[in-house]
Design a protein around this ligand. Sequence first.
Ligand code: GAR
Length: 194
Amino acid sequence: MKKNIVILISGGGSNMAAIVRTAQQQDWEGRHGVRVAAVLSNRESAQGLEFARSQGIATQAIDHRAHATRESFDAALAAAIDAYEPALVVLAGFMRILTEGFVAHYAGRLVNIHPSLLPAFPGLHTHQRAIDAGCKVAGATVHQVTADLDAGPIVAQGVVPVLPGDTAEALAARVLAQEHAIYPPAVLGLLINP
Ligand code: GAR
């Protein structure tokens, strides 16, 4: 059976690119019937859209600023997503808070990556907060998305050291490399061992 992935991004899209490249290298389509069907963004300027297009993947930007309410934006986004009949919707640096209705519509097939070791440091500025708290390790968490922000069941985590003198930027780069290692296998695992 074919299983489509739809990836949502807002910016650089390096996690999306890691998933796309891993899917190509490991032939997810031939071996598992799994393909990245589309990459959608709330920003036309998201650099990741260009990479997706260069890989022959369908892209679409749905500008949240054109919608007066979160409900209206989420309805337009869901309509675009559902055109691809996704088995899994992957949030990869998608920086919008989603409505309860949207989350409920994708219950069990919506996954996110967050740049902290949840349940520590949900929300923003995770790296500076980990440094300020004196943490010796930091990392990233892949989790199912539920109505509570950054709080759904944990699927995978990756750990990196916090080094003496780390800035938020240095720690973010170390965590991001770890994100690229853990997100692709977590996505495939959710599709082939649901
Ligand atoms: C990643 O670090 C991701 O964990 C984070 O945004 C970055 C996106 O990078 N996501 C969040 O903070 C979600 N709350 P990317 O666009 O290069 O994948």
